[in-house]
Design a protein around this ligand. Structure first.
Ligand SMILES: [Zn+2]
Ligand SMILES: [Zn+2]
Length: 323
């Protein structure tokens, strides 16, 4: 790697994140937060697209995997589901109800704090729910059925960012929002949280050679998320945080080793290649699955923890580890 790329690898993650946040902040100040968020988001996508070609983390992951259409359709269907939930919430007056209560100063939320501090608090609070939604999705079989779609890819790149079964997205967004609404967070904080999650999520999946140093202790970086996509559950059932690593540190699931994360990522069980089959897959019995994919063989779920204590504090002897 030449000197120029080396320097780039250090400044890319903080630099891109800072640019996206600055553009979004400009939008908030000028009353067009959504428009400027979209500018920043498109800028990030285009930058990562070119950077992946120019300085990829794994050359192997540049090869096509036949999942582009499926990943795009999952992105659209899960985003669409979340949008319709918000519209439906508006239609039955839920948003107004919550809005009214909020305007009266309901909740513990410190509205007098500077906005940046409120956003930081919003991220920490929402992450508690996002952490547990994600962890449950890995360690309870029923939820894993849906989350397996995200993990079934064999390479990481920016296009996989939104590849979630819509039920999976729905569970985490409802839990994340519920925490913020229960605490009485203003709508501006919720908008900021959505923007931060979109930027960090897109960065997290990119296949660009980047270095993170101490940022790994605070944020969910691509370096940490590559462990999370490992087939080896002693590496893969770790780093559940979506934006920050605080809850992983507290609940014992933080992982960052000094060797290189695996190139061969994915899941051990079978996942059909087509979008519609993937959407139906979590709802199907073994018999129906076999009809779609004759090569399908059920394998025992090895992710379930053996006690509530181990589940919460992720003790080393929890059955989520595989030797
Ligand atoms: Zn996951
Ligand atoms: Zn991922």
């Amino acid at each position: 790697m030449d000197a120029f790329k080396y320097i780039f690898s250090w400044v890319l993650w903080p630099g891109l994140f800072a640019i996206c946040m600055a553009v979004t902040a400009y939008g908030f100040v000028n009353d067009h937060p959504v428009l400027f968020f979209n500018f920043a988001y498109v800028f990030l996508i285009i930058s990562l697209f070119f950077l992946e070609q120019w300085m990829p983390h794994e050359r192997e992951w540049l090869k096509p995997d036949g999942q582009n259409i499926a990943s795009i359709l999952h992105t659209l269907s899960s985003k669409g589901t979340v949008q319709s939930l918000l519209i439906f919430g508006g239609a039955i007056g839920l948003a107004d109800m919550i809005g009214t209560v909020r305007d009266e100063g309901y909740g513990l939320w410190p509205r007098d704090w500077p906005m940046a501090a409120q956003v930081a608090l919003g991220v920490v609070a929402a992450e508690f729910a996002l952490y547990w939604a994600h962890r449950i999705a890995h360690e309870i079989e029923f939820f894993w059925r849906f989350h397996a779609i995200h993990h079934s890819v064999t390479k990481l790149w920016f296009l996989n960012t939104g590849r979630f079964h819509f039920v999976d997205s729905l569970v985490s967004i409802v839990l994340g929002m519920a925490v913020l609404l229960a605490l009485g967070a203003p709508i501006e904080v919720i908008k900021w949280l959505s923007a931060v999650t979109a930027f960090i999520g897109m960065l997290t999946h990119c296949n660009v050679e980047m270095r993170f140093g101490p940022l790994n202790w605070i944020f969910n970086t691509p370096g940490l998320h590559r462990w999370h996509h490992s087939k080896d559950l002693s590496e893969g059932n770790r780093n559940y945080g979506e934006n920050i690593m605080l809850w992983d540190q507290l609940f014992g699931t933080y992982y960052n080793a000094d060797y290189r994360p695996p190139v061969d990522i994915g899941i051990k069980e079978h996942m059909p290649a087509r979008f519609m089959h993937q959407i139906a897959w979590p709802f199907l019995s073994h018999v129906s699955r076999k009809k779609i994919a004759p090569e399908y063989e059920p394998i025992p779920f090895e992710r379930e923890p053996d006690s509530v204590f181990n589940f919460i504090f992720n003790r080393k002897d929890a059955k989520t580890r595989r030797d």
